[in-house]
Design a protein around this ligand. Structure first.
Ligand code: NAP
Length: 338
């Protein structure tokens, strides 16, 4: 069977997903496309020779009998309305992060999905599909390092533009750590605190950079995440889990090591798009495969979307109250999402 997919939002990531479904992945076909910018969507259909129909209205696309599943890849504030509509229509929906821009809106989606009694939503936190994180999780789950006690993480970008604001360090950057780390540790967050070290001279005047976010989990694991978005040297993701019996590290991306001119060298990526490129393929392929096989979706759920939104909100409040430890009061996870 081929999953007939409709895409809402054909900007940067929407176009990438359309290309990967059309050219790289199997079992799915783009049959419908919507974007607020009609010319852009029609140009994509023409340029990629898609056998797809343009819909001026995203809701109409969702309701179309030609569409089995929906990809919501428009800008964040419009995610909720399209995801809710898809769930109400009992259609599978892959939504790029964020699931919605507030925790309450995420909960509305959670409640609607539970009402349908079917897992219909996958959220685009692709790091859970990265081979490195999968291997790290396996190491932890097998008990190789004993019970995790501390986790050190870093998310570094070479540079950001003037439009990047301090809260984006949480909502756009650390949001990926927020999702992947509680999955990695099989745990939930209970508090957050933000500390500002000495500011780099490479950041714009309005931006606090770097930042350190300290998070505590239910099991008592202490997590520190360094966010440094003007580090200059590369796009670098670090994760080190300190356990009772040993330490496990997120593998470095595979690169060629050279010995040359009295130096041992390994290149570091500069562009975030390359770092998790395969994980994007795997997350969408898993979405398609699970639909095709009639299996439960196994990626991040709408509950994970809620957990990320709530945690991010508290982290932003913690940014505004430096040094203060703020509680993360998450609702109890319903059995449906256990
Ligand atoms: P983008 O390039 O700005 O694309 C968004 C597209 O959606 C644009 O074509 C925009 O049209 C269109 N759009 C806006 N409102 C719409 C609406 N109501 N109905 C239909 N189309 C609408 O942004 P992007 O970088 O692709 O990001 C899209 C989403 O993906 C964001 O939520 C972002 O956080 C997420 N994302 C996730 C990752 C990841 O690593 N998982 C990476 C990148 C992006 P106009 O340009 O005319 O407004």
């Amino acid at each position: 069977m081929t999953v007939k997919i409709g895409v809402i939002g054909c900007g940067a990531i929407g176009l990438e997903h359309i290309k990967r479904i059309t050219n790289t992945l199997s079992g799915g076909k783009i049959v419908a496309v919507n974007d607020i910018n009609e010319n852009n969507a029609k140009k994509i259909i023409a340029d990629l020779h898609l056998d797809a129909k343009f819909y001026a209205d995203g809701h109409e696309l969702i309701r179309s009998a030609d569409v089995d599943a929906v990809l919501v890849t428009c800008w964040g504030p419009a995610h909720k309305e399209f995801v809710l509509e898809a769930v109400k229509q009992k259609k599978y929906v892959f939504c790029e992060k964020p699931l919605a821009t507030t925790a309450d809106d995420c909960l509305e989606i959670v409640e609607e999905e539970m009402k349908q009694k079917k897992h219909l939503v996958q959220v685009g936190f692709m790091r859970r599909f990265d081979e490195g994180y999968v291997a790290l999780k396996k190491t932890i789950d097998e008990g190789q390092i004993g019970a995790p006690l501390i986790l050190h993480a870093a998310h570094r970008n070479p540079a950001v533009d003037e439009k990047y604001t301090t809260d984006m360090a949480i909502n756009d950057t650390m949001i990926h750590e927020i999702d992947v780390l509680h999955w990695l540790l099989d745990d939930e967050y209970i508090s957050a605190q933000v500390i500002y070290p000495r500011k780099t001279g490479n950041a714009s005047s309005h931006l606090a950079d770097p930042q350190i976010v300290l998070v505590e989990t239910k099991k008592g694991i202490r997590i520190d995440v360094e966010i440094f978005v003007n580090c200059k040297y590369g796009y670098d993701i670090k994760c080190e889990v300190v356990g009772e019996d040993g330490i496990a590290y997120l593998p470095e991306p595979a690169t060629v090591q050279t010995r040359q001119k009295a130096a041992l060298n390994r290149p570091i990526l500069m562009d975030w798009k390359q770092r998790f490129i395969k994980a994007y393929d795997y997350e969408i392929q898993a979405f398609i495969n699970n639909i095709n096989k009639g299996q439960k979706l196994d990626g991040p759920t709408s509950w994970d979307g809620y957990a990320a939104a709530l945690t991010a909100d508290v982290c932003v409040q913690a940014q505004q109250n430096p040094g203060k430890i703020l509680p993360i009061k998450m609702k109890d996870r319903p059995d449906f999402y256990k």
